[in-house]
Write a protein that binds this ligand. Structure first.
Ligand code: NAD
Length: 254
């Protein structure tokens, strides 16, 4: 069977854990050569090894998405080793709690990873894909928190709202320049990953309250989101540009 992203080169930021890990595994199983890009070197190398052991093709690339020079180095490494880039998943993100009284330092930290990181990634992705001359797909992982907020998600909601809007601007840019590059965002509802598990480990009531906010009756999994990434990465979504794919068990429909 031919995979849905066979012969494509994919780079997944924050690829070592959670949604990024599930996405790296699925893209590799569907035939892509995957660059797992992350600050977490050990976990990233372990995952690349696991993909290779399964018969896939993967490598680890060290990357702090908030650093412009780190993006230059990481993208050069991918292009040097793989010769091109077709799929970029800007997934790395952090979600520390913080309300309107939070420190400016915390605000800047969230913005630098979630929003600066997605800008730098989208720009680097467009440049790499344009130079490889093949169709490309950039998928930015935003959140339902781009459309709504809790009192403790001030910076997180603002950063993910920024990712949502930036994605549309990037899509318009690619359209205006007739670049064969599609840019779209995904808006996951609450999925059980290391990012959120810590909050709920010792707080079953808060966990139940979260579940109650998802009309489908349960939280999501990393694999639920990876399926959406695969759709946007593959030719099946060839007419999809500047869109926002909500995968949230009905959270926003309430
Ligand atoms: P996670 O904590 O399990 O994984 C995040 C990964 O990003 C980790 O491997 C981490 O090392 C990496 N990372 C963190 N900062 C980085 C940086 N500066 N440079 C490179 N890598 C960095 O988190 P997750 O739940 O898998 O979340 C992935 C993305 O999905 C995030 O953007 C998050 O905001 C978004 N999201 C998650 C949920 C959810 O419920 N889990 C919901 C909506 C959106």
């Amino acid at each position: 069977m031919i995979g849905r992203v066979a012969n494509k080169v994919a780079m997944v930021t924050g690829g070592a854990s959670g949604l990024g890990e599930a996405t790296s595994l699925l893209l590799a199983r569907e035939g892509a050569r995957v660059a797992v890009a992350d600050v977490a070197q050990e976990a990233g190398e372990r995952l690349a090894e696991r993909i290779r052991a399964e018969g896939g093709d993967a490598m680890f690339v060290p990357l702090d998405v908030s650093s412009e020079s780190a993006w230059d180095a990481a993208m050069a490494q991918v292009q040097q080793r793989c010769g091109k880039l077709n799929i970029l998943v800007n997934n790395a993100g952090i979600a520390p709690e913080g309300d309107m009284e939070m420190s400016f330092e915390l605000w800047r930290k969230v913005m630098s990873v979630n929003l600066d990181g997605t800008f730098l990634g989208t720009r680097a992705g467009i440049r790499a894909m344009r130079s490889s001359g093949e169709p490309g797909s950039i998928i930015n992982i935003s959140s339902t928190m781009a459309m709504t907020a809790f009192p403790t998600t001030a910076a997180y909601s603002a950063s993910k709202g920024g990712v949502r809007s930036l994605t549309k601007a990037a899509a318009m840019y690619c359209g205006a320049h007739r670049l064969p590059i599609r840019v779209n965002s995904i808006h996951p509802g609450m999925c059980v990953t290391p990012l959120v598990a810590g909050y709920y480990e010792n707080n079953p009531e808060a966990l139940q309250a979260q579940i109650d906010m998802h009309p489908i009756g349960h939280l999501g999994t990393a694999e639920d989101i990876a399926e959406g990434v695969l759709y946007l990465a593959s030719e099946a979504s060839r007419f999809v540009l500047g869109s926002e794919l909500v995968i949230d068990g009905g959270f926003l429909a309430r």
